[in-house]
Design a protein around this ligand. Sequence first.
Ligand SMILES: [Zn+2]
Length: 305
Amino acid sequence: MPWTRISSKLKQVAKATLNPAIVRKVSQFGTSSRQFHSRPITISQPDMKIRLVPALEDNYMYLLVDEETRQCAAVDPVEPQKILDAIKEENCTLTTILTTHHHWDHANGNDKLVKLVPSQKIVVYGGDDRIPALNTKVGHGDQFKVGNLNVKCLFTPCHTTGHICYYVTSTSGEQPAVFTGDTLFVGGCGKFFEGTPDMMYSALVTILSKLPGNTRVFCGHEYTVNNLKYALHVEPENTTTKEKFTWAKEQRANNLPTIPSSIEEELKTNPFMRVDNSAVQKHCRTSEPVSTMGFLREEKNNFRG
Ligand SMILES: [Zn+2]
């Protein structure tokens, strides 16, 4: 979905939240809407529902619900109580925790969430032994189900050596979703704490770029405005990036998330996804994609805009 369509969709959400009935629903979500850095929003389609649950300063947790069976998965549930409130509102059954990587602001709620739902066995997926409560370690290409939804694991090491992205599809063929943790952000990517530019090239270009263009991207942090500011430093003439930057600032001014994006939008605007593009390479004074990736990361680390 082009970002302009998402934009109009989110404007509808913004309008809808002015409706008193829905405002009540938002404020009942958790103890107070003020405890969130953004308004919690829900993306619904006939086969699956995804609730964005803001956490900490700028993290996003997610609740993925299979509409057919009402089974659900929590993605990076660092604040378990907020996830439990969302589960209660959805009246669904938690079967699964999807952990993108071991960093505390993603994985530290696992133990508590498992203990708070003692009635059933929760399968805790992840690709790293450092993840708390991990009971099912996965690798690239592994597949499993959440209700009737298919989840495929994409091994994307670099930010950490055990980072996994989760690609979700349904048999009805509606828009897929991918949970990208701290590998792919809207307009940017995670720092290379445990990896090299060629590892991030493999994650972003070889793996994530090849997903269908309409795949919705749900990432781990609200970093979009700063990321797009840097993207415009790299490509000042990119009109799609300019427009998306304006839109993102407007969203944040209204306390709304800039998530989800789509693979198609990222390919048009995210410099780290565009290291094969000649304008991006020219900025980095190289014609080689992996060196371009390395240059961008270094420059972004020191970028103050
Ligand atoms: Zn991280």
